[in-house]
Design a protein around this ligand. Sequence first.
Ligand code: FES
Ligand code: FES
Length: 169
Amino acid sequence: MAEELKIRVNERLWTVAASPETPLLYVLTNELLLHGPRFGCGLAQCGSCSVLVNGVETRSCVTPVSSVADMPITTLEGLPAWYAAQKKLPAAPPLHPVQQALIDEQALQCGYCFNGMIIKASELLAKNPQPSDEQIRTAMNGHLCRCGAYPRILKAVHRASEAMAEVTR
Ligand code: FES
Ligand code: FES
């Protein structure tokens, strides 16, 4: 049965009516009209639905909305502001450096995996600003790209790492 729940998404508090077990992804997409997170497998296996909850990459397709009530949730739409807050920038850039790097590396093909790739890479770089190839591969391991853009994604994560280091210099 639907209940009134409060969720904090992209620094804004929303009141939604949903059954407590409703997947967070459905609430984000259908109630808040946030289409960064995407439905892929619905089984926590592809990563296309990922968001950050308390800064940790989380599969929204299998996360009951009630389990993240009052926790800070960041979707792709809120990622530049999340980054600006981390780096104490005066304003959010138009794109997170990972997003910009993926464009610069021309890594995009169909783009279906990119929400999850961006969310995961952003989480990784927040914890480990200069990851090795192996650390990137390990971190991104649970994110599937049906177009096989992995080598360009790897390059883009390194490029974003360099761009982020410039910001802090
Ligand atoms: S749709 Fe959530 S992991 Fe695939
Ligand atoms: S670019 Fe098509 S799924 Fe990754």
